[in-house]
Write a protein that binds this ligand. Structure first.
Ligand SMILES: [Zn+2]
Length: 411
């Protein structure tokens, strides 16, 4: 056997792995799909699809089922779908005023999710990790965390170095250089990979894969809660910046005489549009959290003038920031999520007024500003996608090692 034969063998193995990945990704994101649809989506031949589907079925990652009667003459092709419990991930979300956890299967099936709302003053690393461990234990009680956990994805309201899960700076949590990935690994007593990323970046990923932005290449996702984060997609790729900390739209300077920000600067966007600014303007305790926000929205619904004026003012400042982003990025879509989606009916008009007055006409004609349909769960859904990504990128590797999978010990 010459070197050329070896090269060809290696190349065909590389091709097989890439094709398995394309197929499983299509099933995960768009399944169930017929074999004809899989041919159209992946560009693979029918015979390749047949053999690769067979591999995925044998590995428990996909299943074939009889098609629904189509009414079209001829033999309908069977549907191929991903098997939700063929591979599962644990998704965690560390926001300022809540923590959440979900067990999510292949295809995006959420088996169970739990959350804890919390007061602002309790946000230490220790209490946060304790809350996450409690949530994971209650998920395990509720649905049982299976042996085949592919990984853990964690969304955090802060700047994250993804390579090692280090939270470099989270001003609204009061954290600096917290090795969250490592801490969670030991708290959860697991050796499965733990992937930590910024909550708004993961929210943008969720919108691209499971939300309002499927098929969109240029997108700004603005996620409001206590702080304001941004996940920006340019030409189909996340905007990361030189060191991975790009997209921090909450700290864009928007007001020369603005308030002090927790980041150390003044007049940042989030000091005008974050949860605390909204609550303070409406006369509620700024640290009142989600309960106070709901009370404010209820008051606005009953026509309370101060609540409506606060929403109008915050809407105007949200509009100012969006104008800057649209003029800079020329996106197809701006998605407002979290708090901003919740108050969208009230901020829609002031935001549109700012866009009408201040966005360059060429970009204004194209851009749409829409609320997220994923609600506050967008980062959690993105965290699940992040944790599933190694499996989607190389299912063959996972299939090969699945007999000796490390288990997630019950917490
Ligand atoms: Zn700031």
């Amino acid at each position: 056997v010459g070197t050329r034969a070896v090269d060809l063998g290696q190349r065909s193995e590389t091709v097989r792995r890439a094709n398995l990945s394309a197929l499983l990704r299509a099933l995960h994101l768009a399944g169930p799909l017929s074999r004809s649809e899989l041919v159209a989506r992946t560009g693979l031949t029918r015979s390749s699809i047949r053999s690769l589907v067979g591999e995925l079925v044998a590995a428990g990652l996909a299943a074939e089922e009889a098609p629904a009667p189509s009414g079209i003459p001829g033999r309908p092709s069977p549907l191929v779908r991903s098997v939700p419990d063929g591979a599962t991930v644990l998704a965690l979300d560390v926001a300022v005023d809540r923590v959440a956890a979900a067990l999510v299967g292949l295809g995006g099936t959420v088996f169970a999710s739990r959350e804890i709302d919390r007061a602002r003053e309790a946000v230490t690393v220790e209490s946060t990790v304790d809350e996450l461990v409690t949530l994971v234990a209650s998920l395990d009680d509720e649905v049982g965390i299976p042996d085949r956990v592919v990984g853990v994805g964690v969304a955090v309201a802060g700047l994250v170095r993804r390579a090692d899960g280090m939270v470099r700076m989270a001003p609204n949590l009061g954290w600096t250089d917290v090795p969250l990935g490592a801490i969670l690994g030991s708290a959860l007593a697991t050796d499965v990979p733990i992937h930590v990323a910024n909550e708004a970046d993961l929210g943008a990923l969720a919108e691209l894969r499971r939300g309002t932005a499927t098929g969109v290449d240029d997108l700004a996702f603005i996620f409001g809660e206590v702080g304001v984060g941004g996940g920006i997609i340019v030409g189909g790729q996340p905007l990361t910046g030189a060191a991975g900390y790009g997209g921090e739209v909450g700290h864009m300077p928007v007001r020369a005489d603005g308030r002090a920000c927790r980041c150390g600067s003044t007049g940042c966007w989030e000091t005008e549009v974050g949860e605390e600014a909204l609550l303070a303007l409406a006369g509620y305790p700024p640290d009142g959290g989600r309960a106070a926000v709901e009370a404010l929205i209820a008051a606005a619904g009953e026509g309370d003038a101060r609540a409506l004026a606060a929403l109008e003012e915050v809407g105007r400042w949200i509009g100012v920031g969006i104008v800057g982003l649209v003029n800079l990025l020329d996106p197809d879509l701006v998605i407002v999520g979290g708090l901003f989606a919740r108050i969208h009916p009230y901020i829609r008009r002031p935001v549109e007024e700012q866009i009408e007055r201040r966005v360059l006409p060429a970009s204004r004609a194209l851009v749409r500003v829409v609320p997220s349909l994923l609600g506050v769960d967008a980062p959690l859904i993105g965290a699940a996608e992040l944790a599933m990504e190694p499996l989607l990128s190389d299912p063959a590797y996972w299939i090969g090692r699945s007999r000796g999978t490390p288990e997630l010990a019950s917490a």
